[in-house]
Design a protein around this ligand. Structure first.
Ligand code: FAD
Length: 390
């Protein structure tokens, strides 16, 4: 990563944000454009955003077929990632267990599994005794059942970022960390991108700024519906392997899995209303509540010590779908954001489509679900992706 030196005056595409989405998209662009004319900028370090702060969950159980298809494709990309990029992100397909603690939750999950099955994925409904056979340490108190898809899994995020970064470097793409975008203005068909290392011009800008995408759009004079929300997560001391699947509860969106080193990694949705995006602290309230919920679900974990906790931003949209494509109000300004808590599992499939859109091509993405224009104009009822938890 180049830390010093001046930027060139002109690029074909400037990607703002070196998270998983920005890097994956640059990887696809580099196969179509002259790599030396692609610039990726990040004001932090390589894993400063949510891409270096997440739970690594990769699941294909979703309410909308469009999301299921993207996630299924992402699973295939992650399976071949070590061969293609030379870095092993330890993608472990131990399945995802979505737990239902009421008939209402069970009804919702059964509906989801109907859609997932119709997409050819063999999701199963498990009764409490079958859940306990699979995860003996899990308390079945109050449990009604669970959906289980064995090809869902957990990935270690950092090797993904490093594999992508090394690939870009090999191809000659310029990736500049510690370089902040401070201003954006359009002059005819060109964008002028003001950065902390000088100004560059380009025909295309990609907003891949994750939890800060709203701020970046504002620099271009664009109001967007994205809302950054802070989410906390923790890792415990390691214990002997006992947990293959990622376990998720619908209530409060609690999720936890066991890492290769034996640590339990997990979080849940704790609201932090009215916050800005300048800091991302973790709280003692989260630690207390998360520990209590983990101990209720897995009584043997009650005496486990927490090693560390941290936080990051979900970049949320009103309908639970990401925003992918050119902003109709600003030719040449593209969105690749709004992934909520699921960008790591959707980026591998969103990125090649985004690269095509940046090159002016059509894709199979349904504009009514993913297009930036869906939030402009009429407020007609639109489909939503409701399973945006865990
Ligand atoms: C606690 C937590 C748990 C999660 N768990 C999961 C999970 O299990 N599975 C999953 O799929 N997803 C999960 N996610 C969500 C996932 O991490 C994100 O959706 C994904 O990483 C977003 O990637 P990105 O590339 O869009 O953004 P980011 O990784 O956030 O990258 C954006 C980058 O933009 C840079 N930037 C911002 N503004 C500027 C500027 N003005 N100039 C230059 N650079 C700028 C930032 O420094 C940052 O590095 C989780 C997120 C959190 C916070």
């Amino acid at each position: 990563m180049t830390l010093a030196g001046t930027l060139r005056p002109q690029y074909d595409c400037v990607v703002v944000g070196a998270g998983v989405l920005g890097l994956f998209t640059a990887h696809h662009l580099a196969q179509r454009l002259d790599p030396r004319r692609i610039l990726v900028l990040d004001r932090g370090y390589l894993s400063a955003g949510a891409s270096g702060r997440n739970g690594g969950g990769v699941r294909q159980q979703w309410e909308a077929t469009a999301t299921i298809r993207l996630a299924r494709e992402a699973v295939a990309v992650y399976r071949r990632f070590p061969r293609e990029f030379g870095y092993n992100p330890w993608f472990r397909q131990g399945g995802y267990l979505f737990l239902a603690f009421s008939e209402e939750e069970a009804g919702r999950l059964r509906k989801v599994s109907g859609v997932v099955r119709s997409e050819g994925l063999p999701v199963r409904w498990l009764e409490p005794h079958a859940i306990q056979r699979r995860v003996p340490a899990l308390s079945t108190e109050g449990l009604v059942g669970a959906t289980y898809l064995s090809s869902d899994g957990v990935i270690f995020p950092f090797p993904v970022l490093w594999g992508l970064y090394q690939d870009l470097r090999r191809r000659g793409v310029e990736v500049r960390t510690r370089t902040e975008v401070l201003g954006l203005s359009r002059e005819g068909p060109q964008w002028s991108v003001g950065t902390s290392r000088g100004t560059v011009r380009t025909a295309r800008v990609l907003n891949a700024a994750g939890g800060w995408s709203r701020d970046l759009s504002a620099l271009a004079g664009l109001a967007v519906p994205n809302t950054p929300t802070r989410h906390e997560i923790l890792a415990t001391e390691p214990v002997k392997p006992f947990l293959d699947p990622m376990v998720v509860t619908l209530r409060r969106g609690l999720y936890l899995s066991q890492s290769m080193r034996g640590e339990i990694i997990g979080g849940f949705s704790l609201e932090h209303p009215g916050e800005g995006t300048s800091t991302m602290p973790s709280s003692s309230l989260f630690l207390r509540e998360m520990s209590a919920q983990m101990a209720r679900l897995f009584p043997p974990l009650a005496s486990l010590r927490v090693l560390r906790s941290w936080a990051g931003f979900y970049d949320e949209t009103p309908d639970g779908f990401p925003i992918l494509g050119e902003d109709p109000r600003a030719p040449g300004f593209f969105h690749g954001n709004g992934f909520g808590g699921h960008g790591f599992m959707l980026a591998p499939a969103a990125a090649p489509r985004l690269a095509s859109l940046l090159l002016g091509e059509r894709t199979d993405l349904d504009d009514r679900l993913f297009g930036p224009g869906r939030f402009l104009g009429t407020k007609a009822a639109r489909p939503v992706e409701g399973l945006t938890l865990g």
